[in-house]
Design a protein around this ligand. Structure first.
Ligand code: PHE
Length: 344
């Protein structure tokens, strides 16, 4: 009898592991633990045994039973998430499973990808340039010398590092316009650049956060004019916000473009009626203009032969103005509150 039980144990173990692999435990269960299973047959006929022998058999069979039950329970939990005490017969393999919860890309990442997609259809190529940058690329080469008061508007974060005699201080780039110079200096013309990157400025309110994203477009070629600029902006606006959106170019001054504009769209939150976010129905998306000759020169390009346009807008603004989203505080985008993010 002793021998039999050991053989049953090792055979059962072996069969169970192949049953686990093929995800079919039910057959194993009825073979060993079922009503007509091996366990039952061991005690089916005990008539020829003495009382001592019956006791001995009973003890061994009980031990085998708990061995098999434990083995089975462990395998069930490794095959399915069914609780150990539920029999496998309740496992219907054709029932639809529970879907694992999956997240989604952050709203800003989604917006960056969509912006990239819209521009790639116009032949713009996405590039990336340093987000911790020299003063030279962020300001100086953009026709904004050190002492120029316009630089105050950029509310720049300076990094505590030694200054470079030529390139100046190290800053967290306050706009993506540093990419203009870096792109021109590559020396490959014509240019159709899309530079999307993180920027930093000392600011915080419902419209501003200290780190945010901008996307900068730069086109340099022969005979580029304002109509090209307007056409590209229109393409983005209609594609991203829908054709019912109104937009306007307001004269502005940036040192690195001439003429310069700020581009406003009708507010996507109130539909242009005026709300706590936009106040008067228009929301500023960012700046644009024709590249200043000094900037072309700093990029090693002859302004007599080439001209270009550039624009730099906030990714979050564009996202918030998207029809139907109605996000009226930019800070929601950075709080990582799942209750907010899961809605999208
Ligand atoms: N860099 C400007 C800003 O951050 C935007 C801009 C980019 C303006 C390109 C003109 C041309 O406000």
């Amino acid at each position: 009898m002793k021998l039999d039980i050991e053989i049953i144990k090792s055979e059962a173990e072996e069969l169970l592991s192949s049953a686990v692999e093929s995800r079919s435990l039910a057959g194993w269960h009825s073979k060993y633990l079922g009503k007509k299973g091996i366990l039952r047959t061991l005690t089916a006929d005990v008539s020829g045994l003495s009382i001592e022998e019956k006791k001995e058999l009973g003890r061994k069979v009980n031990e085998l039973k708990s061995f098999l039950e434990e083995l089975y329970a462990e395998s069930v939990s490794s095959v399915t998430s069914i609780k150990k005490d539920k029999p496998l017969e309740n496992f219907y393999k054709t029932l639809p499973g529970k879907k694992p919860e999956i997240g989604h890309l952050h709203l800003i990442t989604q917006a960056i990808r969509e912006i990239n997609e819209v521009f790639s259809k116009l032949g713009f190529i996405r590039v990336r340039y340093p987000e911790v940058e020299w003063d030279y690329y962020s300001f100086e080469a953009l026709n904004m010398p050190k002492t120029h008061p316009a630089r105050d508007e950029w509310e720049t974060f300076f990094i505590d590092l030694p200054e470079d005699p030529k390139l100046g201080k190290v800053v967290i780039t306050p706009h993506t316009s540093n990419g203009q110079i870096r792109e021109m200096l590559k020396g490959q013309l014509p240019i159709r650049m899309l530079n999307i990157s993180r920027c930093g400025r000392r600011q915080s309110d419902i419209n501003h956060v200290p780190t945010f994203y901008q996307f900068e477009g730069l086109v340099v070629d022969k005979n580029i004019s304002i109509t090209h600029l307007k056409g590209v902006l229109e393409y983005l606006i209609y594609n991203f916000f829908g054709e019912e959106t109104k937009f306007r170019l307001r004269p502005y001054d940036f040192r690195f473009t001439e003429p310069s504009f700020e581009v406003d769209v009708s507010c996507g939150i109130c539909g242009g009626k005026g709300c706590r976010f936009c106040k008067e129905g228009w929301v500023e998306l960012g700046g644009a203009g024709m590249v200043h000759p000094n900037v072309l020169r700093a990029g090693g390009i002859d302004p007599e032969t080439y001209s270009g346009f550039a624009f730099g807008w906030g990714v979050e603004r564009v996202l918030m103005m998207r029809t139907g989203l109605k996000i009226d505080d930019i800070r929601y985008l950075f709080e990582n509150n799942l209750k907010f993010l899961e809605q999208f």
